[in-house]
Design a protein around this ligand. Sequence first.
Ligand code: HEM
Length: 161
Amino acid sequence: MKFFAVLALCVVGAIASPLSADQANLVQSSWAQVRNNEVDILAAVFTANPDIQARFPQFAGKDVAALKDTAAFATHAGRIVGFVSELVALIGNESNAPAVNTLVGQLAASHKARGISQAQFNEFRASLVAYLQANVSWGDNVAAAWTQGLDNIFGLLFSKL
Ligand code: HEM
């Protein structure tokens, strides 16, 4: 019985393996290199995943290169990338866990209501990592820190989606 109680606690949304201070620094310093490239990042996600673009009524079916110059695209890119920035700023400090939980809970609720699947979130993740790999000082240690951080966030997200 005790075993199941412990298992349930593990499954219900706790961050599995918090990042070490060094790993949090690696994620934060690499993110700082691209965090202002909001439009570029969302354009890379849309280009790699037309199915994600198709979920946005105002962007569906439009040419991504042309969209990049519009205010509506910049606004939405700012929201998504700004959300990543909020999470990145909170990692590495256990006392921020409740804030992370609240933010991820809001993302899950608003996107569950839109019917966004885990598969699409995984596509987003893969495109984000590909963008980082191409645009920041990348290496095995940076990759491992991002993998662990994203595993934590996506584990939490999928437990709520
Ligand atoms: C993976 C596939 C995703 C799809 C298909 C998707 C789709 C959408 C749609 C249709 C909207 C409403 C846009 C509008 O108001 O016109 C939206 C809003 C938003 N999305 Fe996503 N989204 C995805 C992933 C993400 C991710 C990974 C993040 C954060 C890192 C994110 C953050 C937001 C935010 C902050 C908003 C605005 C607030 C809200 O309405 O919830 N989205 N998303």
